[in-house]
Write a protein that binds this ligand. Structure first.
Ligand code: IMP
Ligand code: MG
Length: 183
């Protein structure tokens, strides 16, 4: 794996290797497996960034479940935006289901702070959040996280599904911004 990469003129350094990510996911998956073994949970994956995480997490948990997707977006470039848009709405009913929302990263918490009450209105039996990454110092909205992979510093990260302007999602490892380009 490269120790440094460049995307659109900005430089990023290796931050979490795929091995470190997978080791942590196995721990999260073991806890989810214990908590949901007989419950046929519905993993609700927040597109686009959470897709590799969700795939690895759900396979590692290895329990009967169903999977559904929504797409929310509030992020532009390096910055969390002002309003949360629902780009792909819920297509499956979550009523009466044990729902685990699978998210890539929490920064301000705004995306989930807006989305969770809307999901709660659909009357799931339970609604929990599993996120791979969290930036604790940038959290501005109260969001309860049941499963968290890593607390990370206040830096922009890319890779393993996370993008910088729609680039970098294909990287197996996670990289952290070191030198920002012109924009
Ligand atoms: P929040 O609403 O401020 O919590 O931002 C959450 C969303 O912003 C995440 O679902 C990501 O899509 C995006 N995001 C936040 N931080 C990063 C980052 O460091 N890299 C890439 N995307 C990020
Ligand atoms: Mg996201």
């Amino acid at each position: 794996m490269a120790s440094e990469i460049e995307i659109l003129g900005s430089r990023f350094g290796l931050f979490l290797s795929n091995k470190q990510i997978m080791d942590r996911i196995k721990l999260l998956a073991m806890r989810i497996r214990e908590d949901y073994l007989e419950k046929f949970p519905l993993f609700l994956v927040v597109l686009k960034g959470a897709y590799p995480f969700a795939k690895d997490l759900i396979q590692a948990a290895g329990i009967p479940c169903s999977v559904s997707f929504i797409q929310l977006s509030s992020y532009e470039g390096f910055m969390s935006g002002e309003s949360v848009q629902i780009r792909i709405p819920l297509t499956d009913s979550i009523e009466g289901r044990e729902v685990i929302v699978v998210e890539d990263i929490l920064e301000s918490g705004k995306t989930l702070a807006e989305a969770l009450p809307a999901l709660q209105k659909q009357k799931p039996a339970s609604l929990k959040v599993c996120t791979l990454l969290r930036k604790p110092h940038l959290l501005r909205f109260q969001v309860e996280i049941a499963y968290n992979g890593f607390d990370i510093p206040d830096a922009f990260v890319v890779g393993y599904g996370l993008d910088y302007r729609e680039q970098g999602r294909e990287l197996a490892d996670i990289y952290k911004l070191t030198t920002s380009g012109s924009t």
